[in-house]
Design a protein around this ligand. Structure first.
Ligand SMILES: [Zn+2]
Ligand SMILES: [Zn+2]
Length: 123
């Protein structure tokens, strides 16, 4: 199975081989800011299963774990497509929505429930 995630304009693409190691939903406020939505969903693939095409700009912030995480976003349209968590240097996080695939594997965990918008899960 090969899946491709891409930004809004398509200039930045990430080709992922095999199944994600983990798919996690995060309700934290930083993910809300990054996505503009009420939560983010990360699909983690092994670095060797990911190939990046196109240029990206970087934004690094401290994660709650205390380790930095570096987000790669398209310089033209601004979509974040993938990121590198230094806490797990062997993994690449890919924005689940960037696959534009309603059949993409669902999250198996959710974190930062304290920031969950109260209606999420009701609709
Ligand atoms: Zn783009
Ligand atoms: Zn988060």
């Amino acid at each position: 199975m090969t899946r491709t995630a891409s930004c809004s304009c398509g200039a930045l693409r990430v080709v992922c081989d095999g199944e994600p190691q983990k798919v996690a939903l995060c309700h934290c406020l930083a993910c809300q800011k990054r996505t503009g939505s009420t939560y983010g969903i990360a699909a983690f693939f092994r670095n060797e299963d990911v190939s990046v095409h196109g240029s990206s700009k970087l934004y690094t912030r401290q994660a709650d774990s205390g380790f930095p995480v570096t987000f790669n976003f398209c310089p033209d349209c601004g979509s974040t497509v993938f990121w590198k968590p230094q806490r797990s240097p062997d993994l690449t996080g890919v924005a689940a929505g960037a696959f534009a695939d309603p059949a993409f594997p669902k999250p198996t965990s959710a974190v930062h429930l304290e920031s969950r918008h109260l209606w999420v899960g009701d609709l």
